[in-house]
Design a protein around this ligand. Structure first.
Ligand code: GSH
Length: 258
């Protein structure tokens, strides 16, 4: 497993520190790692301690991961802030398109994947519902999951609406990929890798995780990440899963280092 420092150590360091969940391929965290890997930006991993949020809240004024902290700049805990910081620290290869139409589309679709109420949030609501109402789980585990859900907008009604929302986003990506292929491009936007390719590659884990040989993860997470919902499955074209594989094999670190 990769090396992690504690928050108290990280606070005393300079340079780029990134708070990450050890051992778990959370898609927002994997997105930051993927962006930094592609740009070859060095960073120190900081342990996200889900049993004690207090030091992280003191440092970053919130309790989720990932968070990027560069020198004494403000902590970046939202995906778009994180992308802009990486782009500034190492402009090459550029992951934000320079053509405005491409950029607008790239940020729009990325927000659908990573932003509030988007694909990742919707899949998380589905996952929380599954685990929070699992008759085979202990009462304590169910309660812990519902408490986690409170942090991310869970209600049974929100969870019921989530599959259609998740499927809508995946359908839009499938259509975009099809259009790009018909234009002769291998990428979701334009003719080169953009952050959207990385976001899809890592968020696809919430439909179908990479095999254990490429991404070792706790069995419980693997089971819950896999999506059997018929709407989401129907929206996930084979080309989208092949695109995830292409991006991982050509650009990202394999096996995934957690
Ligand atoms: N704040 C990020 C999203 C990060 C996020 O949702 N992180 C979750 C991933 S499940 C997390 O850290 N959960 C663990 C926890 O809250 O303890 C953004 O808006 O880009």
């Amino acid at each position: 497993m990769a090396e992690y420092v504690d928050i108290e150590q990280a606070i005393r360091m300079a340079g780029l520190r990134v708070v990450l969940p050890p051992g778990i391929p959370g898609p927002w965290a994997e997105a930051v790692k993927g962006i930094l890997y592609v740009k070859k930006i060095p960073f120190v991993r900081v342990r996200h301690d889900r049993n004690n949020y207090a030091p992280l809240i003191r440092w970053t004024a919130q309790s989720s991961a990932p968070v990027m902290v560069y020198d004494d700049e403000r902590p970046r805990s939202v995906w778009s802030d994180q992308l802009f910081l990486a782009e500034r620290l190492q402009p090459e290869p550029a992951l934000i398109p320079s053509i405005i139409e491409d950029r607008v589309l790239m940020f729009g679709l990325s927000n659908e994947l990573c932003g509030e109420t988007g694909f990742g949030w919707s899949r998380r609501l589905m996952l929380i519902h599954g685990a929070g109402t699992d008759p085979n789980a202990s009462e304590e585990a169910r309660r812990a999951m519902l408490a986690f859900g409170a942090k991310y907008g869970y209600s049974p009604g929100a969870a019921a609406a989530a599959p259609a929302k998740a499927a809508q986003v995946v359908s839009a990506l499938a259509a975009q990929l099809k259009l790009q292929h018909s234009r002769g491009s291998r990428f979701l936007i334009g003719d080169t890798l953009s952050a959207l390719d990385i976001y899809w590659a890592v968020f696809a884990a919430l439909v179908e995780p990479l095999p254990e040989s490429l991404c070792p993860m706790p069995a419980e997470f693997r089971r819950r990440y896999y999506c059997g919902d018929p709407l989401v499955r129907a929206a996930t074209s084979p080309e989208l899963l092949a695109h995830r594989d292409f991006i991982y094999h050509e650009y990202l670190e394999l096996p995934v280092d957690l």
